[in-house]
Write a protein that binds this ligand. Structure first.
Ligand SMILES: Nc1ncnc2c1ncn2[C@@H]1O[C@H](COP(=O)(O)OP(=O)(O)OP(=O)(O)O)[C@@H](O)[C@H]1O
Ligand SMILES: [Mg+2]
Length: 358
């Protein structure tokens, strides 16, 4: 099990300078709306992944009126204490482990895993494919270094290929050597990523289905179907076949950057036909399965971060969720709630919970 035992925040969001200790298996952060509960959870997430869960703009995490932030966490990695610090100043990021700067940021990714469940996560089901790709990539990227590196390379080359297509539309050079170079790289990395995503969904699905049934108590059949252009042909051939079309639209229309996962309930699209409750159960099942998958792949238990979720759950689902996360296959839990009594009651009088009142 990996745990975070202490965190220090400097000029992070609404925090000027603050330190909090996490001593119990479950920590509940309470406080009024706007008191910084979500920000504190996000700081924990940041230390694990060197980015915010909620905001793509790092600048947003800097306390207004200052020019940078610093986070420090004392983690416990199977009995060994390690201090991780993240400093962000005017666009420059520095991550250190026990005072040593990492050579590459990717060396840190996957060391301390966390799974966040937050109110807006329903987007994962309701929104377009990009969020689902990002979600799968974030899981695979932290258990497979080569996946992360190839994915970053694929995205870089894709931008270059698209730039080439644009340029050809303006003043055709007829030079195809550059294009061939890009296509070869995309095909190679694309094949790797496709194969990893295929294996992933095969392993992930039974875990997802199990959690869905435990959460909903229902008998509905749920599944997630991986959809990719590469099912039909290799990317090398698809790129060749699609070149004319790509030239016209000045971007690359086929490849693993178009992949999606279709969430299905009783053979119908969950997004279009699922009820609110079914979607909620599915979302929680996705996240719990993500947790179980990561812990199996990495060999230790991630930190579970729950933002305000008891606000949204009915009694049955809440009890089912609690029964799951109290089990031995879950480790440290940090959650937020405006009502400490509700959490105390939900976990039971004898549960080991510590409260942080903001
Ligand atoms: N960059 C920033 N600099 C300073 N203050 C910030 C920054 N970003 C957010 N805040 C402040 O942080 C507060 C919001 O914190 P947060 O979202 O963590 O609250 P919360 O306790 O989770 O609230 P709720 O119960 O409503 O979810 C707001 O008051 C907001 O103004
Ligand atoms: Mg909040």
């Amino acid at each position: 099990m990996n745990t975070l035992n202490k965190i220090t925040l400097l000029q992070f969001r609404n925090y000027g300078a603050a330190t909090y200790a996490f001593n119990a298996p479950v920590t509940c952060i309470t406080g009024l709306n706007g008191s910084g509960k979500t920000n504190l959870l996000d700081a924990v997430y940041y230390l694990c992944y060197t980015k915010s869960y909620f905001s793509a703009y790092q600048q947003n995490s800097v306390q207004n009126g200052t020019d940078g932030f610093r986070l420090e966490g004392i983690f416990n990695d199977r009995g060994r204490a390690e201090t991780i610090s993240c400093k962000w100043k005017q666009g420059k990021k520095e991550i250190m482990a026990d005072g040593q700067e990492y050579e590459r940021l990717t060396d840190h990714i996957g060391k301390y895993a966390a799974v966040m469940i937050a109110p807006d996560d329903m987007e994962l089901i309701n929104d377009g494919s990009e969020l689902r790709r990002k979600w799968v990539d974030s899981i695979l990227g932290q258990v497979d270094r080569e996946y992360l590196e190839r994915l970053m390379q694929y995205q870089r080359v894709l931008l270059q290929r698209n730039a080439w297509l644009k340029l050809q539309a303006q003043k055709p050079t007829g030079d195809s050597a550059e294009l061939e170079f890009y296509d070869e790289k995309l095909a190679d990395d694309g094949a790797y990523i496709y194969e990893k995503r295929r294996v992933f969904i095969r392993r992930f699905l039974p875990i997802l289905q199990d959690f869905y049934h435990r959460l909903s108590g229902g008998r509905e059949q749920v599944t997630a179907v991986y959809e990719s252009d590469l099912e039909k042909n290799t990317l090398a051939i698809l790129l060749k076949q699609g070149l004319e079309h790509d030239m016209r639209l000045q971007r690359t229309l086929r490849g693993i950057h178009k992949d999606d996962w279709d969430f299905v309930l009783n053979e119908l699209s969950l997004k279009q036909f699922g009820s609110q409750g079914q979607k909620k159960s599915f979302l929680f099942a996705l996240k719990l399965a993500q947790y179980a998958y990561l812990s199996a792949e990495q060999g230790h238990l991630p930190i579970l971060l729950l933002d305000d979720i008891f606000e949204k759950l009915d009694q049955n689902r809440m009890e089912a969720l609690l029964a799951i996360i109290k089990g031995p296959e879950f480790g440290q839990v940090i959650l937020t709630d405006t009502h400490p009594e509700r959490i105390r009651q939900a976990f039971g009088a004898d549960a080991e919970i510590e409260f942080i009142h903001l």
